[in-house]
Write a protein of this length. Structure first.
Length: 165
């Protein structure tokens, strides 16, 4: 890793319809040119949850180009070399992942699935806001890490710690 490099980050979840997509959009909005975030799912739903889109737009985060996609896109030839891969749901964390180009550092940042909540629209909006806030906090902690000063083992440990906050 060097100062001028852009770090590629992949957020994974099973459906790639809510948490991972929100994390992708938030990181791209928060990180500037230092990071490029992507998201994918092991079994993508094919659409973005409308409550996720609503919340991103409400927070003035760009949603253009967001789509639910398979993690196979990031394991294929020509895919961007990944530096970091974060699972944001427990089921994706337990699945056997493809081999990622670039030998990325991985960590689990589990977040309760707001799309699974049964209830009123207001209940769902609260669940999405809770997931959004947790992801936002973790992304901010990640962006503040002194990446170039930490060796791979120390960085992995710090990333795992962030996932527990």
């Amino acid at each position: 890793m060097n100062d001028a490099q852009t770090f590629n980050v992949l957020f994974l979840c099973t459906g790639n319809s809510a948490r991972s997509v929100m994390a992708e959009a938030m990181m791209n909005a928060m990180a500037g040119s230092r990071f490029k975030a992507f998201s994918a799912g092991s079994h993508p739903t094919g659409s973005i949850n409308p409550f996720a889109l609503e919340l991103l737009r409400k927070n003035r985060i760009a949603t253009e180009g967001l789509r639910s996609k398979s993690w196979d896109e990031f394991a294929a030839a020509g895919a961007p070399a990944l530096h970091f891969v974060f699972t944001v749901c427990d089921s994706a964390a337990g699945e056997v992942c493809p081999l990622w180009p670039g030998q990325p550092i991985t960590a689990h940042w589990g977040v309760e699935d707001p799309a699974a909540l049964q209830g009123s629209d207001d209940d769902k909006r609260r669940a999405f806001f809770k997931a959004y806030s947790l992801l936002q906090n973790r992304i901010q902690l990640f962006l503040n890490l002194p990446l170039l000063k930490l060796d791979r083992v120390a960085l992995k440990r710090r990333l795992e710690e962030i996932g527990k906050r």
